[in-house]
Write a protein that binds this ligand. Structure first.
Ligand SMILES: *[C@@H]1O[C@H](CO)[C@@H](O)[C@H](O)[C@H]1NC(C)=O
Ligand SMILES: *[C@@H]1O[C@H](CO)[C@@H](O)[C@H](O)[C@H]1NC(C)=O
Length: 263
């Protein structure tokens, strides 16, 4: 019975299929634009949204598309939009330890981050100063930007004697290399203390201290010597005249001084 029925009515079924396909073909070109994020529906038609960096000055009408205008300075829009104005860039307030990590532009918002030495805290929604590691602890490196300090105990042979949010544990001083002996062993909080220098290293050190003094002394002596020679030569030539002049000058000066006192 069924095969007979198919043979008898193939045309209506085909017609139905064709009609369905035709409807689909007509519907397909219209449907996608308005479902895309770059279009919107208004007054029964599909209109363009504004591209990032522009806002919608006027919506579309029955016979014209939307009017988009660029964002002003210090403004942005980072999506395809129907906004009637752009968004204002935020301020990275240095007073709140914020600094711009990306200055932003008309299509991308400015991004702020905490300054070096600070990290973002969800609790206060603000930048907090990084934790300082106590003596005996050192900051784990590499330091993570915008992350709180991770403090680690100093390993054997290393120490930290300060509170610091950035300093690593430092290695103990190697007294052997300095040609000295260990006077006090190091701890995680203090450096090794080396004994005072060995005798063989002392003389050069003393020479270094006394050398400038010696040079000054030599300089003085030579200046005095030269002055004495010059004076000697001069005195031999015009000795008497000079002494007379000198005495005259001294007398005059004294006389003026005593005169000043009397008046
Ligand atoms: C805006 O900044 C974004 C992100 O930094 C960048 O990809 C884009 O090219 C910039 N656009 C312009 C117009 O400078
Ligand atoms: C000091 O340095 C020398 C030579 O580099 C090395 O052999 C020695 O192990 C070091 N000593 C310490 C305590 O680190």
């Amino acid at each position: 019975m069924a095969p007979r029925a198919r043979r008898r009515h193939p045309l209506p079924a085909l017609l139905l299929l064709c009609a369905l396909l035709a409807r689909l073909q007509v519907a397909l070109p219209i449907a996608p634009p308005c479902t895309s994020e770059r279009h919107y529906e208004r007054l029964g038609r599909c209109c363009s949204k504004c591209e990032p960096g522009k806002y919608m000055s006027s919506k579309c009408t029955t016979n014209s598309d939307s009017i988009c205008l660029p964002c002003g300075p210090d403004e942005y829009l980072d999506t395809w939009n129907e906004e009637d104005k752009c968004l204002l860039h935020k301020v990275c307030d240095s007073g709140k330890a914020l600094v711009a990590v990306d200055i932003g532009n008309s299509t991308a918002p400015r991004r702020c981050t905490c300054m070096v030495g600070y990290h973002w805290s969800q609790d206060c929604e603000c930048c907090r100063r990084n934790t300082e590691c106590a003596p005996g602890l050192g900051a784990q490196h590499p330091l993570q930007l915008n992350k709180d300090t991770v403090c680690k105990p100093c390993l054997a042979g290393y120490f930290s004697d300060t509170f610091s949010s950035a300093d690593k544990c430092r290695p103990w001083t190697n007294c052997t290399i300095l040609g000295k002996k260990v006077e006090r062993h190091g701890t995680e909080k203090s450096d090794v203390i080396c004994s005072s220098s060995l005798p063989s290293r002392k003389p050069p050190n003393e020479a270094q201290v006394f050398l400038p003094g010696l040079i000054i002394l030599l300089l003085f002596t030579s200046v005095a010597l030269v002055a004495a020679i010059i004076f000697g030569v001069y005195y031999r030539k015009k000795g008497k005249a000079l002494t007379a002049n000198l005495w005259h000058w001294i007398n005059e000066a004294c006389g003026r001084l005593s005169g000043d006192k009397e008046t």
